[in-house]
Design a protein around this ligand. Sequence first.
Ligand code: KG4
Ligand code: ZN
Length: 338
Amino acid sequence: MGHILAIESSCDETACAVVGCEGGFTVKSNVIASQIQLHQIFGGVVPEIASRKHIESISFVVEQALDEAGVDFGDISAIAVTYAPGLVGSLLVGVNYAKALAFALKKPLLAVHHIEAHIAANYVSSPGLAPPFVCLVASGGHCTVAHVRDWAKFSVLAKTRDDAPGEAFDKIARVLGLGYPGGPAIQESAKKGDSNAFAFPRVHFEDSFDFSFSGVKTSVINMLHNLKQKNEEIPVSDIAASFQQAVCGVLAERLIECALSVGVKNIALAGGVASNALLRQMTKSMAEANSLGFYCPEPVLCTDNAVMVAARGYFDLEARKTAGYDLNAAATRDLGDF
Ligand code: KG4
Ligand code: ZN
């Protein structure tokens, strides 16, 4: 089936990858132009700036991905692109570029759902993994536990009712003065802290596996206000460690509960927050305690990239499920809906 060229531009990374799809996935190139520095001064992604930067970067990123893979357009069998969910202005840049490429090269266009792509990163890192399994996708914009019933069949078992965990990491890092993106900064600061110093709230709904992270976020912020009002020193590392413990604990526990509820044998992690060392370690040991197999992509395939888009697109190419030139970007869309 040759090579898939994939494009990802749903948030603040302009990414392009070339992935060989014969007899398993072979990553030929994985180019990621991060806009992190551009958004750093604002403490989060500014949508308008993100779309403009995608436009500036995309041609260079695609060229570099072909160069690094040592292939040219003639070697590409299909174009895969993230079309939803995400920042609509950012998504549109990738979608339009991919449509133009597919049209000019007369190659199939594959429309990829961003969360499904995060899940598919696991197939690249762990070629032995196959559905059915249950996967937690935790990132800056998403928090979903999916029952992966087949390569292209998903059911949502749980999702967040308010913030995504990455969003909470980013917000708490900002109020603690640790910078952006917050996940890696909190993880680093937490190394020096005591994770039992504070008991932040852990939400557990009685009638569902859903998540809620606004409570833990507010609780940390209120605590900081109190300390500041009293002119007391802020124990940054202890707060970071306790916050990380609370969020990762809830994520790992709920993932296991979801897996047990549908009776799968394997669980997986995906998304930017899945590169968190504590979450990986907690989930792994809880999986072992419940005799479940544990899978997780390598960190570079957890955060946004285009390799995962190629991997998800491959299953649609195989099923001859291609998109038309009327493909549009969508800010919100559930898994398995295209
Ligand atoms: O998947 P991703 O690159 O983009 C989205 O689709 O949102 O995830 C980015 C998010 C950010 O919120 C970032 O703070 C978080 O993933 N993140 C982490 C870690 N590395 C990235 N969160 C916790 N621990 C980490 N080590
Ligand atoms: Zn993502």
